[in-house]
Design a protein around this ligand. Structure first.
Ligand code: GLP
Length: 637
C-alpha cells in the first residue's frame, strides 16, 4: 500500500511502502516495463545497478520474472556503480562476485553486456580505465535508469561526503564509517580495501531516471537529510535534488525522520489521536526547551499547534494530560509491582512472579537493549530466560578463535599431559584456521568454536546482569548457522524452533527486538521468525495474556513519545550494564553511528540510555542517570 501524505518539505519525490518487498517488486516491474518498451522501439536498455543489501530484493524479483514468467534480459546492458579497489574478481566480497551471485548468474544478460568497474586494474591505468568507463556509457546513449542505495554517510555509489556534483568515474578513498559498515562482510575492518572505483555524482545525474531505495531505520536520518535539507556535497545523496526525474522508494522505518512521518502536524491538517498528541506535545517541549507543565498557549500556537489547542486545549489541560501519560511510562518494576494498583503502570501486578522471556537475535543485543531491565526483573523475583536465536559465530574474528583453540590445546597438555577429545577438536579448528584462505567461508569446526566463544560471552554478560547462566538458552536457528550475511533465508524449521521455545516457556512477558532493522540483517530476520512463530500461536490462550515488549536495537534510538515503558537506571546499574556489554570481548571492533561519527558500540549503548534519561528530565520529569525504553507491540497492528 502506498502511503501518500503531505510532502511539501521534500525536494525529491518519495513514495513510502509498508515493506521493502513490496517496493522491490514495483521497482523490478518498472525495470521490466522499461526493457519491453525499449525493445518495442528496437532499442537496448542501459541500466545502472547498485550493490549492498538494499537492491537484493529487486534482484530477487528480476530473477523470479526470468524464471517464472520467462522474461528475457538479453537486450539489457548494465553498468555497475562501483567496486572496491584494489580487489580481485575472485574475492568473495568483490562487487563482481556479489553481482554474479545476486543477479547475473540467474538471468540471461549476455556476458559482454555486463559492465562492472574492475578493481584489479593496475594503479597506473586507473585514470584511463575510469575515462573509458564513462565513455562507454555515453557512447551507448547514456543510462536510461540508475538504481541506487544510500550509505550511512549519505554516499551514493562510493561518492563519500565531499564529492562534488560534477564528479565523474574515479578512484576514491573510503570514509571510515563506510569501512566499519563493510567490516562484517570483510571479517574485520582491517581487511576492507581502502579505496574504490565509483561512478561520479555527475555520471549518476546524467541518467535519464534515478531510483533510490532505502530500507530500515539506520538510513532514516541520512535519508531525511537528502530529501529535506538543502543540497550539499557533505551529504552526497542530497545532490540528487538537482535532477528532474528522481524517485525514492523507502519503507516506513527508513522514512521515520521525514517531517510528514515524524512531525506530521507541521505539514498537514491533523486528525489528532492520543499517540500524535503525545508526540506533538513532547516535541513542543523539546523544541522550546520548556518542561511540559510550563508550556503556554503561545508556545502551542507559535509552533503550529493551534489546532491542537482548539481541540484539546487550553495548554494547562493538555500539559497535565501528557505529563501524566509520560509519567506513567516510568517504572522501576518492569515485571509489574506486586500487590499495588496497576491501572497506571505499564505492566500488570499479577501474576507475580512472571515468566519473562528475552529473545535476542545475537548475543549482545539483549544487554545493549535491556541489560539494566534484565537485572531488575531477576532481582524482583521473576523467572527470566534469555534465548539467543543465533550463535553470532559469523561475527567472531579469526584471532579470537585462534586464542580459544590455543587455550584448549594448552590446557589439555598441562592437565592431561597430552590430548583430549576437546583438544583434538581445538587442534583441528586451529589447523583449519591456519590453512584458511583469506575470506574463505569458515569450516563447520571453526564456526562451532566461534559459536562457543560467543556462548561463553553471552553467559558471562547475563551473569553480570544478574541472570544465572543456566537460564540462558541457545536456539542456533539454522537460517544463520548454515547461512551467510545478506543471504539469510528463513525456513519452517527456524519458525518451529521458536514456536517450540515459546510453547515450552509460555511467557507472561516476551521481549524482542529488530522490528525496524534493515531486512537483510540478523536482527530483522530473527524478528520475522518471531513474528511468524507468534502468528502460528495466535490461538494460544497464554499468548493472549502475554505482553510483547520491543527493546531497542544497538544503533536505534526511540523518540520519547514512542515509549510505553521506561525503566530508569541508577549510575551503578548503568555501570553494571556496561560491564555486561564488555563481556562481549569479540565484538569490540563493532561501531555504531553517533552524531555522524563512529563510536564504539559499547559506549554508544551507554550514551543512548543517558540521552533518554536526559530527555525525560528535560520534559520536567524526575532526573535519572539513564533509562531503557520499551514499546508495547501488538502483532495484529
Ligand atoms: C555500499 C555501496 C553503495 C550502497 C551502500 C549501502 O557502500 N557502494 O552503493 O548503496 O553500500 O549499502 P546497503 O544497501 O548494504 O545498506
Amino acid at each position: 500500500m502506498n502511503v501518500i501524505e503531505e510532502n511539501r518539505r521534500e525536494s525529491i519525490s518519495t513514495q513510502l511502502f509498508s515493506s521493502a518487498n513490496e517496493a522491490s517488486l514495483i521497482v523490478a516491474q518498472e525495470i521490466v516495463e522499461l526493457i519491453k518498451k525499449n525493445e518495442q522501439k528496437g532499442k537496448k536498455t542501459i541500466l545502472g545497478l547498485a550493490t549492498g543489501s538494499t537492491p537484493i530484493g529487486v534482484y530477487k524479483e528480476l530473477i523470479r520474472f526470468h524464471k517464472k514468467d520467462g522474461i528475457s534480459f538479453s537486450s539489457l546492458i548494465t553498468f555497475n556503480l562501483d567496486e572496491y579497489y584494489p580487489i580481485s574478481h575472485k574475492h568473495p566480497e568483490s562487487y563482481y562476485c556479489f553481482m554474479r551471485e545476486q543477479l547475473f548468474d540467474h538471468i540471461d544478460v549476455p556476458e559482454e553486456q555486463i559492465n562492472i568497474p574492475d578493481g584489479s586494474v593496475d594503479r597506473s591505468k586507473v585514470f584511463e580505465y575510469c575515462k573509458n568507463y564513462e565513455n562507454k556509457i555515453s557512447e551507448l546513449g547514456g543510462l536510461d535508469l540508475q538504481i541506487l542505495g544510500i550509505g550511512r554517510t549519505g554516499h551514493i555509489g562510493f561518492n563519500e561526503p565531499g564529492s562534488t556534483v560534477d564528479s565523474r568515474t574515479r578512484l576514491v578513498h573510503l570514509d571510515s564509517l563506510t569501512k566499519k559498515d563493510a567490516a562484517r562482510d570483510f571479517l574485520g575492518e582491517e581487511n576492507v580495501p581502502r579505496y574504490a572505483i565509483t561512478m561520479g555524482i555527475g555520471t549518476i545525474l546524467d541518467a535519464r531516471k534515478i531510483i533510490l531505495l532505502a530500507w530500515g531505520q539506520a538510513k532514516s536520518s541520512v535519508l531525511a537529510g537528502a530529501i529535506e535539507h538543502k543540497p550539499s556535497d557533505s551529504l552526497p545523496a542530497s545532490l540528487l535534488q538537482g535532477h528532474s526525474n528522481v524517485q525514492i522508494y523507502a519503507d516506513l522505518s527508513a522514512a521515520g525522520e521525514l517531517t510528514r512521518i515524524k512531525h506530521p502536524w507541521l505539514v498537514k491538517l491533523m486528525e489528532w489521536n492520543p499517540a500524535t498528541i503525545r508526540a506533538a506535545v513532547t516535541w513542543l517541549s523539546q523544541k522550546v526547551q520548556k518542561p511540559v507543565l510550563k508550556l503556554l498557549d503561545e508556545d502551542y500556537s507559535e509552533c503550529g499547534l493551534s489546532d491542537l489547542l482548539t481541540q484539546d486545549g487550553p495548554s494547562y489541560d493538555l500539559n497535565i494530560k501528557i505529563f501524566n501519560e509520560v509519567q506513567h511510562t516510568l517504572t522501576g518494576w518492569p515485571g509489574g509491582k506486586p500487590e499495588s494498583p496497576d491501572e497506571y503502570r505499564p505492566e500488570r501486578a499479577t501474576p507475580h512472579p512472571k515468566r519473562a522471556l528475552i529473545l535476542a537475535p545475537e548475543p549482545l543485543d539483549d544487554v545493549i537493549g535491556m541489560g539494566g531491565t534484565m537485572h531488575r526483573l531477576v532481582d524482583q523475583g521473576h523467572e527470566v530466560t534469555v534465548a539467543y536465536l543465533t550463535s553470532g559465530n559469523l561475527a567472531v574474528p579469526d584471532t579470537d578463535a585462534c586464542k580459544a583453540a590455543e587455550l584448549i590445546i594448552d590446557l589439555a597438555k598441562q592437565c592431561e599431559n597430552g590430548e583430549t577429545a576437546e583438544s583434538r577438536f581445538a587442534q583441528r579448528s586451529w589447523d583449519e584456521l591456519q590453512s584458511k584462505d583469506d575470506f574463505a567461508i569458515d569450516t563447520d569446526n571453526i564456526r562451532r568454536l566461534k559459536g562457543l566463544i560467543r556462548r561463553g560471552e553471552g553467559k558471562m554478560a547475563c551473569e553480570v546482569c544478574g541472570l544465572s547462566a543456566d537460564r540462558v538458552r541457545f536456539l542456533n536457528l539454522p537460517f544463520y548457522e548454515k547461512g551467510k550475511y545478506r543471504q539469510f533465508m528463513l525456513n519452517n524449521c527456524d519458525i518451529e524452533l521458536v514456536v517450540g521455545l515459546l510453547e515450552e516457556l509460555r511467557p507472561h512477558q516476551l521481549y524482542i527486538t529488530g522490528a525496524q532493522a534493515e531486512p537483510s540483517t540478523v536482527q530483522a530476520v530473527c524478528f520475522d521468525a518471531t513474528k511468524r512463530a507468534l502468528d502460528n500461536l495466535a490461538d494460544a490462550d497464554w499468548l493472549k495474556e502475554c505482553y510483547l515488549w520491543l527493546y531497542r536495537g544497538s544503533s536505534q534510538e526511540w523518540g520519547i513519545h514512542e515509549i510505553d515503558m521506561a525503566v530508569p537506571l541508577s549510575p551503578t546499574e548503568l555501570g553494571n550494564k556496561v560491564q555486561g556489554i564488555y563481556q562481549h570481548q569479540t565484538q569490540r571492533s563493532q561501531a555504531a553511528i553517533s552524531d555522524k561519527r563512529t563510536r564504539d558500540i559499547w559506549r554508544q549503548a551507554e550514551d543512548c540510555d543517558r540521552r533518554l534519561g536526559a530527555a525525560y528530565d528535560q520534559l520536567g520529569l524526575a532526573e535519572y542517570e539513564a533509562i531503557e525504553g520499551f514499546k508495547r507491540w501488538c502483532t495484529r497492528a
